[in-house]
Design a protein around this ligand. Structure first.
Ligand code: ZN
Length: 128
């Protein structure tokens, strides 16, 4: 049984990896919670400045990313993708993407380094 804390753990592990951005659906592979629950908790982490949210505008015909923007409204404007498909800017073509904030990535890295050092000293090993 998954809980929202699994969302936090996923984000912490992602912060240690090369992952910079991810779609909320990436978490559904490892966490058995409804996407709406995961999404709600990710937005909570945005409030805590661990994450930032940006918007990926994708062509409904070829799924190419047309633009990634910091804020976006479904204005109904006509947009053209790099392949020349024209489409309306509606909620259906705007996908939220979460970015791990640089400062949080740095914090998790430092924290784990310290913890590793402490752990190896406890085992009588020489910290590197
Ligand atoms: Zn297209």
């Amino acid at each position: 049984m998954s809980s929202v804390w699994d969302v936090e753990r996923w984000v912490d592990e992602a912060a240690l990896s090369a992952i910079k951005m991810f779609y909320p659906t990436a978490l559904t592979r490892n966490i058995s919670l409804p996407l709406s629950e995961i999404f709600k908790h990710l937005l909570f982490l945005v409030e805590q400045k661990k994450l930032e949210v940006v918007y990926d505008i994708r062509c409904p015909e070829c799924y190419a990313t047309v633009n990634i923007v910091n804020s976006c409204v479904a204005s109904g404007d006509i947009i053209e993708c790099p392949l020349g498909h024209e489409f309306e800017l509606t909620a259906d073509v705007i996908f939220p993407v979460f970015k791990i904030s640089e400062s949080y990535k740095e914090y998790v890295r430092q924290y784990c380094k310290k913890k590793l050092k402490r752990g190896s000293m406890l085992r009588g090993e020489i910290p590197v």
